[in-house]
Write a protein that binds this ligand. Structure first.
Ligand code: FES
Ligand SMILES: [Fe+2]
Length: 340
């Protein structure tokens, strides 16, 4: 198994209009993204085979992309279909083509897969409750200067919330939480008990009735995290993040906040979006600082029991990096007490 076997978001479906050209980097590969004449998303290596300009600086004509330098035209399969300098001598040959990657669209996202020969067929992660009746989704996109592992860990890390998001998310008050952390089948699940309504200025709205909170955080190979809060009818929330590896020090994160607040759904949208962006901006800053230190000294962590979730995530991602299938790791389940 390799990271290239999986599907990665390159953009939202609605971002990619008929004449749109997007420039992306996934797993260090430069990509150009556009729509072919049939409207299907096309992803090619962003490199003209002629004199190596970038196709993403070119333009779209009739579902083909034209290089900005000498005007070579590529179709939706990456084949050269016109060379202006060859005039009427031009002939289409199969040898003249750039790399073309598989794409698909699901849940309002365009996905790419960077290998033609995956070790097995995976599907893109199904975004929970997306477009289901009674549910609203807001999306935010943020670039982190850090790697996928540290981003994913941050999104399911409770102990940082009191210090990085004071007041907003959680106020420090040293209450005890219990969690069960499980690793199975390439995923990690952390379920929390004893969670009080210590959720800063969310409390009032989210849980004014004082329901028992059901809270599960999970990680799914290779790059998905999901936070699920259930505080009773019409108080349910998923925060699902897809951390897209651009380069060793750069991760583009697509975050869906999908919620069911009953009659408050539409009204809550701008508030939810503003809050999500506010919180993520604080995480971007925190992870930027962490990366500065890792770049200088390497990563060498001192873990507490509350970090078990991160150790499991790392064990899964390390397996893939070694070319192995993390679903073969033994199942583990650990009970942990910690304080926030
Ligand atoms: S470099 Fe692309 S057409 Fe010459
Ligand atoms: Fe955070």
């Amino acid at each position: 198994m390799r990271f290239e076997d999986f599907w990665y978001v390159v953009c939202e479906s609605k971002q990619l209009k008929l004449k749109t050209i997007l420039q992306r980097t996934v797993l260090d590969e430069w990509l150009v993204v556009f729509r072919g004449d049939d409207g299907k998303a096309v992803v090619l290596r962003d490199r003209c085979m002629h004199r190596n300009s970038r196709l993403s600086h070119g333009k779209i004509c009739k579902g083909n992309i034209q290089c900005p330098y000498h005007g070579w035209v590529y179709d939706k399969t990456g084949k050269v279909v016109a060379v202006p300098a060859e005039g009427e001598n031009f002939q289409v040959t199969d040898a003249r083509r750039v790399l073309c990657y598989d794409t698909q669209e699901q849940d309002g996202y365009v996905y790419v897969r960077l290998t033609q020969k995956p070790s097995q067929e995976f599907a893109p992660f199904k975004m929970p409750c997306y477009k289901q009746p009674g549910w609203e989704t807001v999306r935010v996109i943020n670039r982190f200067r850090n790697n996928v592992t540290n981003c994913a860990e941050n999104f399911i890390d409770i102990p940082h919330t009191a210090s990085v998001h004071p007041g907003v998310f959680r106020t420090p008050c040293a209450s005890q939480l219990e969690m069960t952390v499980q690793r199975r089948n390439g995923s990690v699940f952390a379920s929390y008990r004893n969670e009080t309504t210590n959720l800063g200025w969310f409390t009032h709205f989210l849980n004014s009735q004082g329901y028992e909170i059901r809270h599960i955080d999970s990680f799914h190979m290779p790059n998905i995290t999901s936070v699920e809060y259930d505080m009773g009818t019409h108080r349910k929330l998923f925060i699902t993040s897809q951390s897209i590896p651009e380069a060793a020090d750069s991760t583009l994160v697509y975050t869906d906040v999908t919620f069911n607040y009953g009659i408050w759904n539409k009204l809550a949208r701008p508030f939810v979006k503003w809050t999500a962006q506010y919180i993520i901006r604080q995480d971007v800053a925190a992870l930027n600082i962490q990366w500065q230190v890792i770049e200088k000294y390497g990563s060498n962590f001192a873990n507490t029991p509350a970090d078990t979730i991160h150790i499991f995530v790392e064990s899964i991602r390390n397996k893939i990096a070694e070319g192995e299938d993390p679903r073969n790791l033994p199942e583990k389940s650990v009970e942990i007490k910690f304080w926030v």
